[in-house]
Design a protein around this ligand. Structure first.
Ligand SMILES: [Ca+2]
Length: 433
C-alpha cells in the first residue's frame, strides 16, 4: 500500500528547512450594515452576526486579530446606518410635536366654539374625537421614546465595540498569524537545552557549532534531564519516505510539539549535529528505538556516530555498537544465502543513496528498488526509511523487494516495524541518571 500524502493538522512541515505548518487562516470579512430598527430585529441581527463572525474567524486562529479585522470592516457601515436611523427618529419626534400642538390648538378652538355655539352635541363629539387623537399622539410619543432608548443602547454598544476594536487593532499590527508551541530555550543541541534547565519535551531551535544557521528540532527530554535530539520518526505511515536526494538533505515530513508526526530531520542537519570539532569534542551516540505490531519495544545504541558532509555523500560512520536488545543490524546480517551476505549488508561506512543518487555497492539501484533514502550497501540489513506496511507483514512476491521498515536482528526482513525513532545524545549522557 502506498503511504498517503501527509495529513494536515497542527503540524510543522519541513520540506525545506524548517517550514511552519500554520494552524489557522487569515480572516476575511465583508462589510455588512445593520438593518434592524427595533429590538427584535436588532437581536436577530446580533445572533446572525455572531454566527457570521464565528464562521469567518475560523477555529484555530490563536489570536483575536481576525476579530479586529472583521469589526473594522463592518463598523463604518453600521455607524452610518445608526446615524441615519437617529436622524429619522428625531424627524418623526419633531413632526409629532407639531401635530400635538395643532391638536391642542384645535381642541382649544373647539372648546371656545362650544361656548358660543348652539350645535353643542356635534361639537362635544368633535372634542371627544380630538381627545382620542391626543391620546393616540401620546402613545406614539411613548413608542418613539422607546425606540430612542433602543437606539441609544445600540449606540452605546457600538461605542464599546469601537473601543474594543481600537484596542485589538493596536494589539494586532500584523495580520492574523498562526503559531505552534516553540520553546524559548535554545542551544547547540537538545542536551545543551536540557542542561540549561528545560524539562519539557517539545520543539526547540538549535544551532550546533558546525551549523550555518539555527533550525527546529524535536527534543525528547526525560526525567533524568537527558536531552535527545530526534532525527527520524515513523509512527503511522502518514509520511511517504520515498523522497529524492534534496528532500533527504533538507528534511521532510512534520515536526510536532507533541511528537505525533513522522519526519526525517535532514542529512545536512544530522551532519551538523554529529560533526566532532574543537567546539564539540564529545562523541555522539545514535539511539535507535523500535516498536513492533505487538507493542514490543527494543533499542540499539551506536557510539561515535558521525554523518559526513554532502561532499562525501553523507556517509554513515560509527565507532562501535554499544548494545541494546534489538541487536546490531547496522553491522550486517548473514541471511544464509551467500557467505558475503553480512559483508554486503553492513551499513557502517556506507554513503547515503536515494533513487536519484546511487552511491551503493550494488549493480542496480537499491534506493530506487526499495523506495527510500538510506545508507545502502548491497543493499541492507537495517532499513528504517522503508515503505510503511500496516500490520507489518508483507511478502517478496507482493513487494518485489524487502522494502519495508526493517531491523533484521530483531524481526526478519519481511516484517515491517510499526514505529521507529532515531535520536542523538552526547556519549557522556547516554547512561541514565
Ligand atoms: Ca548501484
Amino acid at each position: 500500500m502506498q503511504p498517503e500524502e501527509p495529513k494536515r493538522g497542527d503540524l510543522i512541515h519541513q520540506e525545506q528547512a524548517p517550514f511552519l505548518r500554520l494552524r489557522g487562516r487569515k480572516t476575511t470579512g465583508r462589510n455588512k450594515a445593520a438593518k434592524g430598527t427595533n429590538t427584535t430585529e436588532a437581536a436577530e441581527y446580533t445572533t446572525r452576526h455572531k454566527a457570521t463572525l464565528k464562521r469567518q474567524t475560523g477555529k484555530y486562529c490563536p489570536t483575536t486579530c481576525g476579530v479586529a479585522d472583521y469589526l473594522f470592516r463592518y463598523l463604518p457601515a453600521i455607524s452610518r446606518d445608526l446615524e441615519s436611523m437617529g436622524n429619522d427618529l428625531e424627524l418623526i419626534a419633531n413632526l409629532t410635536t407639531n401635530a400635538e400642538e395643532k391638536v391642542v390648538y384645535m381642541k382649544d378652538s373647539a372648546t371656545a366654539a362650544l361656548k358660543s355655539s348652539q350645535s353643542e352635541g356635534y361639537i362635544k363629539k368633535s372634542v371627544n374625537m380630538l381627545d382620542d387623537v391626543l391620546r393616540f399622539e401620546k402613545t406614539q410619543e411613548q413608542q418613539i421614546l422607546e425606540l430612542q432608548n433602543v437606539l441609544s443602547s445600540i449606540q452605546r454598544r457600538m461605542v464599546e465595540l469601537d473601543k474594543l476594536s481600537s484596542q485589538l487593532k493596536q494589539k494586532c499590527q500584523e495580520p492574523c498569524k498562526d503559531s505552534v508551541d516553540i520553546q524559548t530555550t535554545t542551544g547547540t543541541d537538545c542536551q545543551d537545552i536540557a542542561n540549561k534547565g528545560a524539562t519539557t519535551s517539545g520543539l526547540y531551535y538549535v544551532r550546533p557549532a558546525a551549523a550555518t544557521e539555527q533550525f527546529l528540532v524535536y527534543c525528547e527530554i526525560d526525567e533524568y534531564r537527558r536531552g535527545f535530539t530526534v532525527i527520524q520518526r515513523r509512527r503511522d505511515g502518514s509520511v511517504d519516505f520515498n523522497k529524492n536526494w534534496n528532500q533527504y538533505k533538507n528534511g521532510f515530513g512534520h515536526l510536532s510539539p507533541d511528537d505525533t508526526t513522522e519526519f526525517w530531520l535532514g542529512n545536512e542537519k544530522i551532519h551538523w549535529l554529529t560533526a566532532v570539532s574543537t567546539f564539540s569534542p564529545i562523541p555522539t551516540v545514535l539511539r535507535i528505538e523500535l516498536v513492533d505490531w505487538e507493542g514490543n519495544k527494543r533499542y540499539a545504541d551506536y557510539n561515535m556516530f558521525v554523518l559526513s558532509p554532502e561532499i562525501d555523500m553523507f556517509r554513515l560512520t560509527y565507532g562501535y555498537y554499544m548494545g541494546g536488545d534489538a541487536g546490531d543490524a547496522f553491522g550486517g546480517f548473514d541471511f544464509g544465502e551467500d557467505p558475503s551476505d553480512k559483508f554486503y549488508t553492513m551499513h557502517n561506512g556506507q554513503q547515503f543513496s536515494t533513487s536519484d543518487k546511487d552511491n551503493d555497492k550494488y549493480d542496480g539501484n537499491c534506493a530506487l528498488q526499495d523506495g527510500s533514502g538510506w545508507w545502502m550497501n548491497r543493499c541492507h540489513a537495517a532499513h528504517l526509511n522503508g515503505k510503511y506496511y500496516q500490520g507489518g507483514t508483507y511478502t517478496a512476491k507482493d513487494a518485489g523487494f524487502d522494502n519495508g521498515i526493517i531491523w533484521v536482528t530483531w524481526h526478519n526482513r519481511f516484517y515491517s516495524l510499526k514505529e521507529t525513532t532515531m535520536k542523538l545524545i552526547p556519549m557522556t549522557r547516554i547512561a541514565a541518571g
